[in-house]
Design a protein around this ligand. Structure first.
Ligand code: FAD
Length: 423
């Protein structure tokens, strides 16, 4: 009987893992099944551009099943639970899928209802999120009609997908209102639970400096307890209040709900405890995890998911061959940060090395931790790379899955602090 690999989730990680496995493993011997609840694959980085009229949701969505190579079975159904002891997945509707290897690729889920008041009065009227296609589209309308006042961008709690996206929203808002000629009428405020602009010190200093230069106020260590949409204020657990006319909120994230219904699979937030280097779950040896669903200490980002792909697929193949797994994943993350005015900045880091200045992927590549037009163009081009190279599971020329060190200023010198301007 053929070996059965069942992949839960047909987003970034599930799709690229399925395509890479299909390329490597003979279809006669190995059956690959991908399960997802819908057939709409959203290019999530594109959601950032929707509120600024730079993209429309219809431009960033494609059929999921069409991204899967021939010889992969797509099952459109909601997952109800996983029975680890029986090696079975239960689907809503009653169908059961048996597996030899399970890949959890079901991402992160937004839970706005966890925050008091967030989805109450004012939700989708003056309180929005751009983390969903509907939210981003509604916010586009609200931004176009915003004539002045306090725009507050708020991260309720970490972890979130793409931790730089709310910062990018602030920079793009600065650029957008400048273009509309009303920047002097808009106060932009970034309220974050972190103690600065970002989690890692050098990038946090660079990005914090850029926010200050643009007159964007940072309210740090702010833990949102309540969103009062009718009264137009965020209320922190420490009693601080942040008033707003328009709020852009990134809600609390958790893992997929079915994880919580699957005894032994997840943690308290429904993420899946996973070995950070081999990507094997801690729940069972034949369960592997890719992307946002894993509780590894890497960013929840498509780039991380992509870099995990090589290790994940290699280790599933080793597992099937009875060979020891390789601790190949180093936590590599790589993010373009839109900074407005047709520029972007790039950061590249892993579990051990924080984002540093220099160039990527070698001494002659894209500038790191520096604004440039080239980085902005690369960010825009990335959508095409996503659909045509990353999802099909192709290796990107010159871009390895482990973090490159050549081109990086590994120990930044005190007398030459990183600058952030380059044309
Ligand atoms: C606004 C925004 C901007 C972003 N920008 C960037 C960026 O610039 N760079 C970057 O690298 N990353 C970015 N990301 C993050 C990136 O999109 C994600 O990290 C990446 O898509 C994770 O892939 P995944 O496969 O883990 O999850 P997903 O791609 O989200 O896929 C999970 C899949 O599981 C399915 N699923 C979940 N539960 C069930 C169930 N019960 N039954 C059936 N199916 C289920 C879902 O339908 C979904 O298709 C951004 C994200 C957002 C929201």
């Amino acid at each position: 009987m053929a070996t059965r690999i069942v992949i839960l989730g047909g987003g970034t990680g599930g799709t690229l893992a399925a395509n890479r496995l299909r390329r490597d493993l003979p279809a006669d011997d190995v059956q690959i099944v991908v399960v997802d609840q819908d057939d709409h694959h959203v290019y999530q980085p594109g959601l950032l551009f929707v509120p600024f009229g730079m993209a429309h949701p219809r431009d960033i969505v494609k059929s999921r099943r069409r991204q899967l190579h021939k010889g992969i079975t797509f099952v459109q159904a909601a997952i109800d639970s996983v029975d680890l002891a029986a090696d079975e997945v239960h689907l809503v509707g009653g169908e059961t899928l048996a597996y030899d290897v399970l890949v959890v690729a079901s991402g992160a889920r937004l839970v706005p209802e966890e925050t008091e008041g967030l989805t109450g009065p004012g939700w989708m009227e003056k309180v929005f999120t751009f983390y969903t296609p509907e939210g981003a589209e509604a916010l586009d309308h609200a931004m176009a009609h915003f004539e002045g006042g306090r725009l507050v961008v708020n991260v309720v709690d970490m972890p979130i997908k793409c931790p730089v996206a709310p910062l990018e929203f602030c920079f793009l808002a600065d650029s957008y209102f400048t273009d509309r000629g009303i920047r002097d009428k808009v106060e932009i405020v970034y309220a974050t639970p972190l103690d600065g602009a970002f989690t890692k010190p050098i990038a946090s200093e660079t990005l914090g400096g850029m926010l200050a230069e643009r007159g964007i106020e940072v309210v740090s260590e702010f833990n949102t307890g309540e969103v009062d949409g009718a009264g137009g204020r965020l209320v922190g657990y420490d009693g601080r209040e942040v008033p707003f006319d328009l709020a852009v909120v990134v809600p609390i994230h958790g893992g997929a709900e079915y994880v919580g219904r699957s005894p032994g699979l997840g943690d308290a937030l429904d993420f899946v405890p996973t070995d950070e280097h081999t990507l094997q779950s801690k729940a069972a040896p034949n369960v592997f995890v890719i992307g946002d669903a894993a509780n590894v200490p890497a960013s929840k980002a498509g780039s991380v998911t992509h870099f995990e792909g090589e290790t994940l697929v290699g280790n599933i193949e080793r597992f099937l061959a009875g060979e020891p797994l390789e601790p190949g994943f180093d936590g590599h993350a790589n993010c373009f940060i839109e900074t407005g005015f047709h520029k972007a900045l790039l950061i590249d880091f892993n579990y051990d090395t924080e984002p540093l200045p220099g160039h990527y992927p070698s001494g002659f590549g894209l500038p790191l931790l520096k604004e440039s037009r080239l980085n902005h163009l690369a960010k825009l081009l990335f959508q095409s790379v996503y659909w045509h190279s990353l999802l099909p599971g192709r290796d990107l020329p010159g871009v390895g899955s482990t973090m490159p060190t050549t081109g990086k200023q590994l120990v930044p010198s005190d007398d030459a602090p990183p600058t952030n301007q380059e044309d």
